[in-house]
Design a protein around this ligand. Structure first.
Ligand SMILES: NC(=O)c1ccc[n+]([C@@H]2O[C@H](COP(=O)([O-])OP(=O)(O)OC[C@H]3O[C@@H](n4cnc5c(N)ncnc54)[C@H](O)[C@@H]3O)[C@@H](O)[C@H]2O)c1
Ligand SMILES: O=c1ccn([C@@H]2O[C@H](COP(=O)(O)OP(=O)(O)O[C@H]3O[C@H](CO)[C@@H](O)[C@H](O)[C@H]3O)[C@@H](O)[C@H]2O)c(=O)[nH]1
Length: 330
């Protein structure tokens, strides 16, 4: 039996595939490569290039492979982009997930781990955020992820399937021993943007707003190392394999770091000068998102190891320095 990973050629998915293979799981990746990279997929994984919005594509993959569980990463995932093009987010995320669930029903696959997000909370009233906090997304991206969580709930109830929804906070870093890392076209994420500026590949870093009601006026986020995220996925799979009921978990390092603090850390780690400017706020950005991950710690026995922002930036820096242009273009 194998594990299906949708979006396994992407940043986070490729780290989970790498871990699954190292743990001896047979792994099948589907990805249409619009945002992912063929070179990011572990050579021991079976790879099928295609779009999860195509029922024929999914049926052909699921007919040929014996799948016991799915990690569902394939999605569009940028808050700012979703504010400008909300319908694309409904199309790719909601329609893609609906299509996937239909195919899983046809092929009687009953365990799924979903990549949800802190963006389902919007502007939370208190921090750190627990899983039972009000769900009020501030962007179409967050809305689509919440819609998928609700769809999973009703799907599981009707079909007898079980799922774990993992609400990640800000994924960052790269596999410490190298080979895979973050390479998004038209990068919008803070840490890679800073490191590209440190490499001289960008003129400057813009801070999107320094007038938020936070300690230094810049947005606060909770950065979580991608290798710790990968461990949490493995634990979620084992939880489902052991008969665990459908559940939702936050995954974060539980430390609030401001945009200015990330920039300062990156300047220390890289020991390079880069220009920083203040720009207007980016629409859809909540002021602060910090996780309470107590539930994942106690029910999944998750123990994130690389929780300092310095270590996260160091691992990201070694990837960016060794791959200044990202994955080789073939
Ligand atoms: N990066 C973060 O900080 C973060 C935080 C919370 C949640 N998430 C979620 O984690 C998941 C992975 O994020 P990421 O940063 O690795 O993004 P990514 O863009 O690097 O990876 C997504 C992958 O899915 C593929 N994909 C997208 N739509 C597809 C489709 N219709 N059919 C087939 N493949 C498709 C892309 O080609 C890409 O390889 C996403 O669901 C995202 O919403 C990410
Ligand atoms: O050039 C930049 C880029 C970002 N930021 C700020 O840095 C913070 C982090 O931004 P970014 O790295 O783009 O991440 P988020 O918008 O917080 O979203 C990420 O984290 C979410 C969970 O919190 C996930 O759901 C999303 O998929 C993922 O992109 C935000 O306050 C941004 O306003 C800047 O100031 N300048």
């Amino acid at each position: 039996m194998a594990i299906l990973v949708t979006g396994g050629a992407g940043y986070i998915g490729s780290h989970i595939v790498d871990l699954l293979i190292r743990k001896g799981y047979e792994t099948v990746v589907v990805d249409h490569l619009a945002a992912g990279h063929r070179q990011a997929v572990h050579p021991k994984a079976a790879f099928y290039e295609g779009d999860i919005r195509s029922q024929d594509f999914l049926n052909s993959v699921l007919s040929g492979e014996r799948i016991e569980a799915v990690f569902h990463f394939a999605a569009s995932s940028l808050v700012g982009e979703s504010m400008k093009n909300p319908l694309h987010y409904y199309d790719n995320n909601v329609l893609g997930s609906l299509n996937l669930l239909k195919a899983l029903d046809t092929h009687k696959v009953k365990q799924l781990v979903f990549s949800s997000t802190a963006a389902v909370y919007g502007e939370a009233k208190s921090q750190p955020i627990q899983e039972d906090a009000p769900l009020k997304p501030a962007s179409p991206y967050g809305e689509t992820k919440l819609a998928i969580e609700r769809m999973l709930h009703w799907w599981a109830q009707a079909s007898g399937a079980r799922f774990v929804s993992l609400r990640y906070f800000n994924a960052a870093g790269a596999k410490a021993s190298g080979g895979i890392g973050e390479d998004h076209q038209n990068e919008t994420h803070l840490i890679p943007i800073i490191l590209q500026a440190a490499l001289g590949k960008r003129e400057s870093v813009s801070i999107f707003g320094d007038d938020y009601p936070t300690k230094d006026g810049t947005c606060i986020r909770d950065y979580i190392h991608v290798e710790d995220l990968a461990e949490a996925h493995l634990l979620a799979l084992r939880y489902l394999e052991a008969g665990g009921k459908s559940n939702v978990f936050n995954l974060g390092g539980s430390k609030g770091i401001s945009v200015k603090e990330v920039i300062e850390t990156a300047a220390e780690v890289t020991n390079r000068w880069f220009k920083v400017t203040i720009a207007p706020r980016r629409s859809g950005d909540p002021a602060e998102l910090v996780a309470s991950s107590e539930k994942a710690r106690s029910l999944l026995n998750w123990q994130p190891k690389k929780t300092s922002i310095r270590q996260i930036v160091e691992d990201a820096w070694s990837w960016h320095r060794s791959h200044p242009d990202g994955y080789p273009k073939s």
